[in-house]
Ligand binder design. Structure first.
Ligand code: NAD
Length: 244
C-alpha cells in the first residue's frame, strides 16, 4: 500500500517524532552531520542537558540553552502543518513528541503529548512562578532568578536523569496501543525511555520516515520505510490528500 492509501484507510493515526521533525525549521537535531553532536562544544549535548550538569555547571548549562535551545523566530514546517491538518480532519489522534520546541502546537495541533517538556514554559524552582522563554533569553544574569523569591528560573524540560512529565508516558502508551497507523519520524530512537514506546504499537500499518535509516528494524512488516527528507514527504502528502 502507498502512504496515501494507508492514510485514506486509517482513522486512528498516531505520530511519534523526534528532533528530525524540526530540522527543516532550522533547529539542529543531535545526531545528523550538522547536528549538535558535531558542533564544537566542550561537552556532548546529552551531558550538558543532564540534571547533574545543570546542578554542577549551571552557568554553562544556560549558555548552551540560550545559544542552542531557545531558537528565536522559528516557524512550523510542512511536516508540523500537515500533521495539524490531519488532526483537524479527524484522522490523526495524537502527536507524541520528544521535541521541546513547541512547534506542533504553533502549527495548530491540539493533542500533543510532550515527553520531554517544552522550552516555551519556564518556572521558578522554589515558588513555581511561571516565566516565558524570553525571560531566560533576555536576562542579564548568567543564571536567571525569580523576581519574587530569588529561586532559579529553569526550563520546563526533562533533563537526562529526570523523570518524564507526570502522565505523559502513560498517555503515549494508550494512544499508541489504540492506533491503527503509526508514523515514526525524525528520530534515531536512542533516547530512553521515550524510544521504548514504539514497541507498544500493535496496529496494522507502520511507517518510518527518517533521513538516515534506523540502526535496527522496527518491524519485519514495515509497510513503508522511507529514507529522505520529511519535508518532501509531507509536501507531497499535502497535495495528495488535499489537506489545504
Ligand atoms: P536524533 O538527533 O538522535 O535523531 C534525529 C533523526 O532525525 C536522525 O535519524 C536523522 O536522520 C533524522 N532527520 C533529521 N532531519 C530530518 C529530516 N529533515 N527528515 C527526516 N529525517 C530527519 O534525535 P532524537 O531521536 O529526537 O533524540 C534527540 C533528543 O534530543 C530527543 O530527546 C529530542 O527531543 C531532543 N532534541 C530536541 C530538539 C527540538 O526540540 N527540536 C532538538 C535537538 C534535540
Amino acid at each position: 500500500m502507498t502512504l496515501q492509501e494507508i492514510i485514506d484507510s486509517s482513522d486512528n493515526i498516531v505520530f511519534f517524532g523526534g528532533a528530525g521533525v524540526s530540522t527543516e525549521s532550522g533547529i539542529p537535531d543531535f545526531r545528523s552531520v550538522d547536528g549538535l553532536y558535531n558542533m564544537k562544544y566542550d561537552y556532548p549535548p546529552e551531558t550538558i542537558l543532564s540534571h547533574t550538569f545543570f546542578m554542577n555547571n549551571t552557568e554553562e548549562f544556560y549558555k548552551f540553552y540560550r545559544d542552542k535551545l531557545i531558537v528565536k523566530g522559528v516557524k512550523p514546517n510542512k511536516a508540523h502543518i500537515a500533521l495539524a491538518k490531519l488532526e483537524e480532519k479527524g484522522k490523526l489522534k495524537a502527536v507524541i513528541t520528544q521535541n521541546i520546541d513547541g512547534l506542533h502546537q504553533l502549527a495548530g495541533s491540539k493533542n500533543v503529548i510532550e515527553l520531554h517538556g517544552a522550552t516555551t514554559r519556564n518556572y521558578c524552582e522554589k515558588c513555581r512562578k511561571k516565566y516565558p522563554s524570553d525571560y531566560i533569553y533576555e536576562s542579564k544574569e548568567a543564571v536567571p532568578h525569580c523576581t519574587v523569591c530569588g529561586g532559579i528560573v529553569r526550563p520546563d524540560v526533562t533533563l537526562y536523569g529526570e523523570q518524564l512529565p507526570a502522565g505523559a508516558y502513560e498517555s503515549a502508551v494508550k494512544a499508541i496501543k489504540e492506533a491503527d497507523m503509526f508514523i515514526v519520524a525524525g528520530t534515531s530512537l536512542k533516547v530512553y525511555p521515550a524510544a521504548g514506546l514504539v514497541w507498544d504499537f500493535k496496529g496494522n500499518h507502520l511507517v518510518v520516515l527518517n533521513r538516515e535509516p534506523l540502526d535496527f528494524k522496527l518491524d519485519a512488516q514495515n509497510d513503508i520505510e522511507y529514507t529522505g527528507s520529511m519535508g518532501d514527504v509531507f509536501a507531497k502528502l499535502d497535495k495528495m490528500l488535499h489537506l489545504g
